[in-house]
Write a protein that binds this ligand. Structure first.
Ligand SMILES: [Zn+2]
Length: 141
């Protein structure tokens, strides 16, 4: 945006409502570098300064809201379980849960109480498994 230094007494071309077009005006008052009052050199009427033309790039489209991060998180919602289930079709890969089995991260299990679940995190002999009912911690071999 070009900022011309305006000054009182300067001649500018500006639209005049009374004359119905652009006419030569003289700036009467300037505030913070912006003309406030003009006097029309044609009809001698005094009116407020209006910017001749709005800058062409005044309107920039709003940036679309950033999508929420969708990484797997411990304690995540059942909805996320449903998404993972749909994406990976884990039901076909699920093994029945047994304490004696080793459960790696990402493995699908079929739990007698909780149903289908996916191992989110493994810590020692325990695994956090996401079921449709929520996150459960189970024992793993
Ligand atoms: Zn005028």
């Amino acid at each position: 945006m070009s900022t011309k230094p305006y000054y009182a007494g300067q001649d500018v071309d500006a639209p005049c409502g009374r004359c119905g077009g652009e006419t030569r005006h003289q700036i009467l008052t300037v505030t913070n570098g912006t003309p406030e009052q003009l006097i029309c050199g044609n009809c001698r009427s005094v009116h407020k300064f209006r910017a001749p033309k709005p800058p062409p790039l005044a309107r920039t489209p709003r940036a679309a809201a950033a999508p929420r991060p969708s990484g797997p998180r411990p304690g995540s919602l059942p909805a996320q379980f449903q998404t993972a289930l749909a994406q990976e079709q884990g039901g076909a890969l699920a093994r029945p849960y047994r304490v004696t089995e080793h459960w790696a991260e990402g493995a699908w299990m079929d739990h007698p109480a909780f149903g289908l679940g996916r191992v989110q995190r493994r810590a020692g002999k325990k695994v956090d498994v996401l079921f449709s009912a929520g996150l459960k911690t189970l024992v793993s071999a």
